[in-house]
Structures are given as structure tokens and as C-alpha cells.
Design a protein around this ligand. Sequence first.
Ligand SMILES: Nc1ncnc2c1ncn2[C@@H]1O[C@H](COP(=O)(O)OP(=O)(O)OP(=O)(O)O)[C@@H](O)[C@H]1O
Length: 245
Amino acid sequence: MIRFDTVTKVYDRKSRPALDKVSLEIDRGEFAFLVGASGSGKSTFLRLVLKEDRASSGTVYVAGQNVAHISSWRVPKLRRGIGVVFQDFRLLPQKTVFANVAFAMQVIGSNRSVIRETVPEVLKTVGLQGKENRMPHELSGGEQQRVAIARAVVNKPGILLADEPTGNLDPETSLGIMKVLDKINQNGTTVVMATHDDDIVNQYRKRVIELRNGVIVRDEAKALYTSMIPKVETVDATEEAGDQK
Ligand SMILES: Nc1ncnc2c1ncn2[C@@H]1O[C@H](COP(=O)(O)OP(=O)(O)OP(=O)(O)O)[C@@H](O)[C@H]1O
């Protein structure tokens, strides 16, 4: 579903690459956590999947397509197949819950009867039935994030990218959001979630891809937030990353 083949991203030639020869594959239907310290390259990875930025070298494939070969007028179609959720929700403040979700369908030209039928279904999936007419400011942070998730998945994308979706929420609310993301994944959507939330990663034991200075230093199934593999103290981070590849 997502494949990176020796992908390097350099923003500024004077500093080290944000991603450095990253190769990985995330299959259809998988759930992967992307972890790593601030600045390790997680958001850059997600931006390259969305073709919001270009790889400096290497190839990014999404749903079998080399994104470099997608012309600018076809980029909206690529993005329609990818839902995105952010840490700060990004709802439209003047629109109701229903209208926020419906808007995502209106922009792709869905007809009114389909929208009227689909929006309540997706709001039910995220646990917001009965809150259709609330405004975003009348919701808790966790509820606002549920609206953002509903909006991200209402057009049934094959991929959902979540960039620290629980970053602004308390542990219990975060767990509720993770349950929703897990349910969406079980319905068949491939989910990639960049996170610093060690409790959630440790509780769910899914694939963990760890970035350090733009290099994948760990890619483990059913893993914990922190590697169980002991570090060799005398080796520096860059060499160690090379050794593990
Ligand atoms: N638009 C940009 N221009 C220049 N450098 C950038 C840009 N975006 C990111 N970088 C740099 O690329 C590196 C990776 O950043 P990135 O945002 O991908 O990290 P991250 O793992 O998502 O961090 P965080 O957890 O803080 O969101 C950092 O060194 C950052 O300063």
C-alpha cells in the first residue's frame, strides 16, 4: 500500500537529511506506529506519502503508483484515497459536527442524499451519534478528534495517516481515540500513526517503525515503544543505524 525505496529527503543542503535512504513497505490493511524523537523524520515521511513534498532521491509508491509520476492535476485524486488526522483537530469552527464531516463529501461532489445517509453512519462509527448539531467549541478535545477522524474516513480512503492524534489529549481520552483508529483499521483501512504516546503503543503491541535522525533503526512486529534490543554503548547512533539495516 505504501512503499519507500531508498528515499532521502533533504530540506537544507547544509544540514543532515530529514530522511536518509529509507526503505520500507506497509501492506494493505496493516497498522503501523511511527515513533522517534522530535525531528527524527516522522512528519516528513507522512508528507511524502501525501505528495506534499518531493523526495530528493529514491521512490515513494502509494497504492502501487510512483507518486513522482502523478501529475499535479491528479494529486487531489491521490489525496482522496488518504485520510489525514492531526494533533490539533483542524475542524471548521463555524460549522456543526454534521457539516464538518459533510463538507469532506461535498468537496468531492457527493450528492445530498448520499451525504445525509453516510454522515450519521460514520459519526456512529466514531461514537458521536446524537452530537450532529453541536458546534466544535461545544465538544471536548476527544470528541473534536473523533469528528476529525470521521471527516478523514467518510470518503472511505484506503489509507489513514494520523500525526500525533493523541498529542493534545489525556491518557483515558487518548485510549478512546486509539480504539476508534483500531476499529477503522479492522474495517480494512491501512493506518500509519506517528506518535510519542508510549502507553498506547505498549498497550496495542502493533508494528513499530522507529526513526532516528531520518534513519529507520527499528521495524518490529507486535512491538513496544522502546526497543527490547539492548543498545551498544560505544557505537554512535548513525553507525548503529547502519549496522541494524
Ligand atoms: N519545511 C522544512 N524546511 C526545513 N527543514 C525541515 C522542514 N520540515 C522539517 N524539517 C527538518 O527535518 C527534520 C525532520 O523533521 P520532521 O518534522 O519530519 O520530524 P518529526 O519526527 O515529525 O518531529 P516531531 O515529532 O517534532 O513532529 C528536522 O530536522 C526538521 O528541522
